[in-house]
Ligand binder design. Structure first.
Ligand SMILES: [Zn+2]
Length: 282
């Protein structure tokens, strides 16, 4: 199996083909105007990622001038936030309520034992700024609802959904469609995870994929930090590509994987004509 996969990959590379040759660049999601310059410290810090093909210093200047809204900063969102802080995104707006509990500590990597019983959002901001003191953090000590989404979505360049509750995901999705913002949706359960990126124009949007809260959904579910962290790193990379304008995102695609067997599957996603959210937005 592995041998045939390697052989196939070599064949694709030899022919100059991509796995998904029909994908197009997301014209709706043109990247942010780059910051005017990088300091010497920033150049030293981001040197290794600026070697990435099609990214370079211009990509780094775009990240510096960019902002991302992250809904929940737990097992999934904390790794998204940490990777985006490490990559040099200029501003993170983070919504996360509650105090640190023991049961957070197997996966919520911005929470620490020493912060048990204290507000999660405070340790989130503290730890992110320890990593990157240049980062601007806008801490919101509440979980995202329609009102907060309506306020903050228009003020950022990309949104990342990492909440366990569908109501919070729908609040972010619906505001992203209204305000034409790209939305990276990451989700996991047990050892499986799903990720997709909805472009600034909506169509499809999250509601095309999941119109209502699934009946079986529960607030608490099995999770290893390694599973939530895997899909979180993918989500961070989707945000970086959107902000810097390189590569191809999961627009109109859903990637599903299960780390129990290391199986990865990809599905295409079309807009749903009768979607209650994106149908009326052009
Ligand atoms: Zn829709």
């Amino acid at each position: 199996m592995l041998k045939s996969l390697i052989a196939e990959t070599v064949r694709w590379q030899a022919n100059g083909l991509r796995l998904n040759p029909d994908l197009k660049t997301m014209l709706d999601d043109l990247p942010k105007t780059p910051a005017e310059s990088l300091t010497d410290e920033e150049k030293a810090t981001y040197q290794w990622q600026m070697w990435t093909t099609d990214f370079g210093e211009i990509g780094q200047r775009r990240l510096k001038n960019s902002s991302v809204l992250i809904s929940r900063c737990g097992g999934l969102g904390s790794v998204v936030a940490y990777e985006l802080a490490a990559a040099g995104v200029g501003r993170l707006v983070i919504a996360h309520a509650g105090n640190v509990k023991h049961s957070d500590l197997n996966r919520q990597l911005l929470m620490t034992h020493g912060w048990l019983g204290k507000p999660r959002i405070e340790t989130i901001e503290k730890r992110l700024k320890e990593l990157n003191p240049r980062l601007e953090v806008v801490p919101i000590a509440s979980n995202l609802d329609d009102e907060l989404a309506e306020k903050w979505v228009p003020q950022v360049d990309v949104c990342v959904g990492a909440a366990p509750m569908f109501q919070e995901r729908f609040a972010m999705n619906d505001a992203c469609v209204r305000h034409r913002k790209p939305y990276v949706n990451c989700a996991m359960y047990d050892t499986a995870a799903t990720i997709s990126t909805f472009s600034a124009g909506g169509k499809p949007c999250l509601r095309c994929l999941t119109p209502e809260v699934p009946e079986h959904w529960k607030r608490e579910f099995p999770v290893f930090g390694a599973t939530s962290g895997t899909v979180a790193c993918m989500g961070a990379m989707e945000a970086i590509k959107l902000l810097a304008g390189f590569g191809q995102t999961l627009e109109r695609r859903v990637l599903h994987f299960d780390l129990r067997e290391m199986s990865f599957q990809e599905f295409s996603l079309d807009k749903v004509e009768y979607c209650s959210v994106c149908r009326n937005h052009g």
